[in-house]
Design a protein around this ligand. Sequence first.
Ligand SMILES: C[S@@+](CC[C@H](N)C(=O)[O-])C[C@H]1O[C@@H](n2cnc3c(N)ncnc32)[C@H](O)[C@@H]1O
Length: 275
Amino acid sequence: MKVEDFDMFCTLLKQRSGLVLTKDKAYLLESRLMPVARKWNLKGLDELAQVVRTRKDEELLRDITEAMTTNESSFFRDQKPFDQFKAVVLPALLATRQNKKHIRIWSAACSSGQEAYSLAMVLNEEGARLAGWRIEIIGTDLSSEMVAKAKAGVYTQFEVQRGLPITYLVKYFNQMGDKWQLKDEFRSRAQFREYNLLSDLSPLGQFDVIFCRNVLIYFDQPTKTKVLEAMAKMLPPDGVLYLGGAETVLGITEKFKPMDGQRGLYTLSGVPAKV
Ligand SMILES: C[S@@+](CC[C@H](N)C(=O)[O-])C[C@H]1O[C@@H](n2cnc3c(N)ncnc32)[C@H](O)[C@@H]1O
């Protein structure tokens, strides 16, 4: 790929999704953009770059941006965050939200929905304890393809084998040929919509818990700061932010501080942690 084309794609991706690509990742551009070139009947990446420059077609730019996202996810990914949710975060929310009996949880950059549905399963396992509570789980992602997949709730054998206890597979899914679909009544426990983390996040409203895992790693430091500081405004004083295992707020923003003894969990700075 020509250097000027690589630079042009990098600028485009940084603006549209926050993704920062270094030169050693040029192979990723080539492997992921070739299918886009084929879809648009273009001979290769030279021609793709030329069409991007001349036509500025929104649908094409979208295809390029989505093709470059890494959508890796799994049910109960890393397990510990879900154990912490059940043992630490949820009991505190149930105690402090007793009057309004309403909890909002955001799976930001939810990919194909496994994180949101894993939370729905944890909550469902609470049974009668949550009777009368309204619990909203909202998953958002930049990728329209991933959002459609999350809404459909259909997963391959490989996807359900990763992290999902067999008892949950039997309880929450129906087999459809060689795939598995979440049962209808359960699928409605989570809502999904397209949303770019670089845009104004305030229309999404306030949340009690935000899961923002394994997406900030793709952004540069100013973008991480911007996203985290916007999220800080969307949490109440006792709200909780989850980051991925390779992510931190340290050196990025002062708005959050790590929760004592709870790796990967953060609360707003200056607020004594109740959870
Ligand atoms: C590696 S997945 C993480 C999925 C899930 N949070 C997890 O930890 O399993 C990263 C997701 O971030 C999404 N993403 C990347 N940039 C984004 C942006 N600017 N706004 C919203 N989603 C974005 C991608 O489409 C992808 O689905």
